[in-house]
Design a protein around this ligand. Structure first.
Ligand code: CTP
Ligand code: CA
Length: 225
């Protein structure tokens, strides 16, 4: 099939997609979060299902409806996302990490709501690192031939940062897009370059998130054995 023409080329494959953004709680009513809507990850899940795959969608705090015919695993934090990804990817042919994973979480979770005091400045929030899920699954491929895809949101030096990140993460493909206040987050459209560990570079023009999703699956199918 030519690129962009979809068929059941993912039939009998299991693919795992993470989507949305993790939330790291400070106390029972507050969290550190990010602006990911989950739309790109959901588009990846829908298009993979349409191409015949069994799809596990690990959804971090997305308000979007469950796509038909997709197994949805809801998660909250990065640590929960890691558990769910490791479990689902044990028998996966491909894993796509479209979720925006918080790099840090509050070092301390306050069991009761944090209160302000009239005569005191607020306590600083101490953060600790979250596990790097993409690097972990890339370094430790459960199954030979598993194709692993990351996403990178960059604001500056987009391609150079993307190349360096692809190397650092050790994944097969990295979808690099430029983000900003009004770009990408929550939007229906996306524009990206997909970098391959083999040196390939696939530009995806500005268009619906479905179109980028189809290109990602085209590139995954080429790499599946
Ligand atoms: N990712 C992950 N685990 C993390 C952070 C990121 O699995 N703790 C994944 C994301 O899902 C994404 C890719 O790594 O697919 C790149 O995320 P990004 O935030 O761009 O990369 P970082 O290595 O966190 O670099 P930066 O310092 O630029 O945020
Ligand atoms: Ca990050």
């Amino acid at each position: 099939l030519a690129r962009g023409v979809t068929g059941p080329d993912l039939r009998s494959r299991h693919v795992v997609v993470s989507a949305g953004g993790t939330r790291e709680p400070l106390d029972p009513v507050r969290f550190l979060g990010n602006r990911s809507s989950g739309k790109q990850g959901y588009a990846l899940a829908r298009t993979a299902a349409a191409r015949g795959a069994r799809v596990t969608l690990i959804a971090a705090n997305s308000a979007l409806p469950d796509p038909a015919g997709v197994d949805v695993v809801p998660v909250g934090t990065a640590v929960q996302l890691r558990e769910a990804v490791l479990k689902a990817s044990a028998d996966a042919d491909a894993v796509v990490m479209a979720a925006a994973v918080a790099d840090f979480r509050p070092a301390v979770y306050a069991a009761g709501k944090i209160k302000k005091k009239d005569d005191q400045e607020p306590e600083p929030i101490t953060l600790v690192r979250n596990p790097d899920i993409l690097a972990e699954i890339s370094a430790d491929r459960v199954r030979q031939g598993q194709v692993i895809v990351g996403f990178a949101a960059e604001t500056d030096d987009v391609l150079a940062n993307g190349r360096a990140k692809l190397k650092r993460k050790g994944c097969d493909l990295l979808v690099v897009n430029e983000v900003g206040e009004s770009r990408t987050f929550g939007s229906e459209e996306n524009e990206a370059v997909v970098l391959g560990a083999d040196g390939s570079e696939t530009a995806v023009p500005h268009g619906p998130k479905e179109a980028l999703a189809e290109t990602v699956w085209d590139l995954v199918v080429e790499r599946l054995r």
